[in-house]
Each structure stands twice: as C-alpha cells, then as structure tokens.
Design a protein around this ligand. Sequence first.
Ligand SMILES: [Zn+2]
Length: 313
Amino acid sequence: MVATRQSMSIGFVHTRGTLDHYVAVLRQKPEMANTIDILDISLLDLTKPLPILKVKSLLAFAANITTLSIDITGISSRQARLLIKDIKLDSLIAFSTSTLPHDAAALFFVNHPRIVSLSIGICTEHSGSCDLLHVPRLQLLEEIRGPAACSVNIVSSQTRTIAVSHGTANECIALFAGLRDTNAVVFTLDIPFVHKDVYILIQGLQALPTVSALRLREAETMNSTSYKWLHNQLWNTAFRRMHNLKQFELRTSTALIANPGAMEEERWLIGSWKTQLQANGRKVEDQYGNGILFELKPPVPVKNRGEKSCYFS
Ligand SMILES: [Zn+2]
C-alpha cells in the first residue's frame, strides 16, 4: 500500500479502489498513517458521485504528512470546502493542486501557514475577487507556481522562486510590485508572455533586480511570422539593468530573426545579448570550461515551426 524509499514513505491514491483500500486499512490500523510522509491523491475522471468524504477521512488519518498533492477532477467549490473543512496537517510544508477551487484553497491556507512550497491551478473566480487575495500571507513560502493575479498576496519575504502559470503582463507586474513590497529576494523567475507585451514585462522586471535565473515562456503561438527579436535595444537595456542575471532562457516558436535558418544571423543576435550579460561582469563557463554561454537548437523552418529555446548559462 505504501511505497517506501529509505525513511520516506509515499502514499499513492490514484483510483477509487486504492482510496477504499487505504481508508479500510487505516481504520483497522490507524498507526500505519504515521509512516506516510507524502500523500499523492490523484483521482481523475471518476464517475459521479465523487468520494469526497472518503478522501476527507484519509486526510484526517494522515495528519503527519509533510507533502500533499491533491487533484480530483470535477470537484466543485462546495465539495472542496467540505473536503478541507477542519483538516489541519501540522507538519505540512509542501502542497500542490491543480483542481482545488481557490476559495477552498484559501480556507486551507489559513490552517496551514507553514507551507514552504506551493503549486495551485487556474482560477475559476471570474468576478475579479479571488479569495486568495484576502488570506494572510504564507510567511514561510519559498516557492510558488500559480496564476500571477492570485499569487500577489500569498508570496512572502522568503519567496525565492516563482513560476507564473498564467497571467497577463500587467498581472505579472502587479505580482512583481507585491514582491518588492515584501522585500522578497527573488532568484528564479519563470513567466509567460505574449509578444505584444514582452517589453512591458521586461521593463517590469527591473523591480526585481535580484533575479539571477529568468525564463520567458511564450504563452501563445504566433500566427504571423512578422515578429522578430532582432534590433531591439530594450533587451540590451534590460540585461544591463538586471545586474544579477546569470541564466536566461527564452522559449518561443517565433523566428528570432527575419530569415529563419540563417544561423550566423541568429548567432549574432544571441551573441549581442551574451555580450550584455558579460558586460555586467558575469563570467559563466560551461561544464568543459570553454566559456560557451549559450546553446541554440537548430532553427525550425517556418512551415513547421515548433518550440525553440536559447539559453545563457
Ligand atoms: Zn484565484
């Protein structure tokens, strides 16, 4: 029932049958729950009715877990609130869910202020007033993955790593401002972008001068090939101002240059960015000590574009 790795025990509950088995065994031998450190509940595409109360009793048994991942497809806000009501996991430091509505997550966080690592799913609150905007900050939170707009009031002065799953440029910039207000020293940032807003985002990043690793991730595929990354001083200005930037990753399906496939042109462009990073005094060598500062995948033909990445590291 429980997979054990050295001193770490992981409980996997991925089917209704496994859930039934867990609860039945723990009712017989509740002390077995103390051996579980990590609980991974992933009940996807179950037929209705959902076994909410059974999951709740499992959580009540597993009161000593440090890590909880919970995903139940189709769970409603009412069911989610019922599920987490009165659940208090005193040792919990890592929590992940992609299906729990944010109003229920907000209630859960009130009882779990010691969460260090957090991942939340998309927001289903469309009135512009997500409940996560009204919970006390998670004061120990070091890393978060979630929508920018819903994360603003959760991040803390301890937050070092942020992966924005969804968010407009303005929502990201509001999040950056929130981080600045908490005096968070953010090192790693992973944010989505749409092309029309990318420079707004880059300028907004100046609010976070401590970032040393930045990933910009294209949030939507461009239908046009007209966008080019070439000849843009804003990149160079941004790199100059991001004094601690050591790693930069750009993930885009758009051609970097006007003539996709012109390797030299592409190398020149990336070389100019590299120069800016070097100008900041950063000298980072590759594992062979050759000082190679970027890797570039072969250019993808326009007619069959895929995702392209380039790295400074
Ligand atoms: Zn939300």
